[in-house]
Design a binder for this molecule. Structure first.
Ligand SMILES: CC(C)=CCC/C(C)=C/CC/C(C)=C/COP(=O)(O)OP(=O)(O)O
Length: 417
């Protein structure tokens, strides 16, 4: 009799386990989650909302890697939002901790755990040191990030869910790069206000926030089988230049908003040749005195020349890409960067507004980046244009009225074209 009763309970338990989801349907809140992220649509929506430069090229990628790269982009974008937020997270110690532990939101899955449950747990663990939740944290109106970036953080649960569905080989790369980047960002935050001293420090910062992205992407391309394994080491080496070129272009272009925010990415090693402070540099750029304006322009041109140094390695990277969708994904942002550099060179507007390339020009770039040869001749053309502009202005007077020679980038050292 006892055995019969026991068997009855065991059978009931097994049936309950099997039909758990049907018998106990999801709560309204859980249903809302499922609807909002039906078929993983949320990430594509967020990608379009948060990225001007990468949304199209990611969607155009081969289907083997499209989702992976989209999730990789959003994970790093979310981390970047934690770093960028100047007002909500004012406690430096808390911010450093959040940056360093951000990768723990994404853990490598080797089993079939309930995705929602895992996402919930990860979030709880991530926030354990403070009672306020990410939602409360980023719902505060006066937050230093825009609405879409805030949405990315408040709804990060969907990203965790989608990340959990990825193949473990991809998850490992994403988590490792995210962890390294978080450490690097924490190091910058640790120093308080961003204040880059020299070019070496600038390169180090750019390595953390962009060079690492290139390394991770190269690994993903190889893991997906779209790129041969034999090229991995060269790809990884040159991918750092790819990231640095993009990042430096952005930092040059964004001087108008970074200086008022006290985020000084232009190294003092460079600006101190032309002004006593970055703020003075901005003032000089608005001056009607040719000599004063000239100093700010010479400084800007020196920053551009510094970025151009990465072109040889960038082209070496692009040359060995084997898949056409990967090629376009990599080449289009680089082509947009050199076109932006051409726009900003010797242009004093950079110090007061966002200098962008025109929409029709962006479209032309999208259509023309079909293969390496086309990309190479585009780079050749714009590299020459920029050098010509810099060369015309390469002798200026510094603040002590001595002559300063702004060196044109010595591109002949390495044969690029
Ligand atoms: C190998 C390889 C492909 C290397 C490149 C690595 C890479 C994509 C680095 C990201 C650098 C960067 C400046 C991103 C933000 O650009 P943004 O502000 O212009 O973009 P957004 O419009 O998405 O904000």
């Amino acid at each position: 009799m006892m055995i019969l009763i026991l068997s009855f309970f065991v059978i009931i338990a097994l049936v309950l386990l099997k039909y758990k989801k049907k018998l106990f349907p999801t709560t309204t809140a859980q249903k809302a989650i499922t609807i909002k992220n039906a078929n993983g649509e949320w990430k594509w929506d967020l990608l379009k909302k948060t990225s001007r430069s990468f949304a199209i090229v990611i969607q155009e990628l081969d289907k083997e890697i499209r989702e992976v790269v989209c999730i990789f982009y959003l994970v790093l974008r979310a981390l970047d939002t934690v770093e960028d937020d100047m007002e909500t997270i004012q406690d430096l110690g808390y911010k450093i901790d959040l940056l360093k532990r951000f990768h723990t939101l994404f853990s490598i899955q080797n089993d079939n755990k309930d995705q929602e449950f895992v996402a919930d747990q990860a979030l709880e663990k991530y926030l354990k040191m403070d009672p306020i939740t990410v939602k409360e944290l980023f719902d505060i109106q006066k937050c230093g990030v825009n609405d879409h970036e805030r949405e990315l953080l408040t709804d990060i649960k969907y990203l965790i869910e989608d990340f959990n569905k990825l193949d473990a080989k991809y998850q490992q790369v994403i988590v490792r790069i995210c962890a390294e980047m978080g450490e690097g960002m924490a190091e910058t935050v640790l120093k308080g206000e961003v204040n880059i001293l020299n070019v070496k420090e600038l390169d180090k910062y750019c390595y953390y926030v962009a060079g690492l992205v290139g390394i991770g992407l190269s690994e993903l391309f190889v893991l997906s089988g779209l790129q041969s394994k034999s090229t991995l080491e060269t790809m990884k080496k040159n991918s750092i230049a790819m990231g640095l070129f993009l990042q430096k272009t952005n930092l040059i272009r964004d001087i108008y908003e970074d200086v008022p925010d006290n985020r000084i990415f232009w190294p003092s090693e460079i600006w101190s040749k032309y002004a006593d402070s970055p703020q003075e540099l901005v003032k000089l750029s608005q001056s009607s005195y040719k000599l004063h304006k000239g100093k700010s322009l010479a400084c800007l041109n020196e920053m551009v020349a510094n970025a151009l140094q990465h072109i040889p390695d960038t082209l070496s990277y692009l040359k060995v890409i084997e898949n056409s969708t990967v090629f376009r994904f990599c080449a289009i942002p680089q082509a947009m960067a050199i076109a932006t550099l051409n726009e900003v060179t010797n242009n004093s507007k950079v110090f007061k507004q966002n200098v962008k390339i025109r929409r029709d020009f962006t479209l032309r770039i999208f259509h023309s980046m079909k293969n390496f040869e086309k990309c190479q001749s585009f780079f050749e053309k714009y590299n020459e244009k920029i050098i010509r502009k810099i060369d015309q202005k390469n002798v200026i007077k510094n603040k002590k009225q001595n002559e300063i020679h702004v060196n044109s980038p010595n591109l002949s050292q390495k044969k690029i074209f």
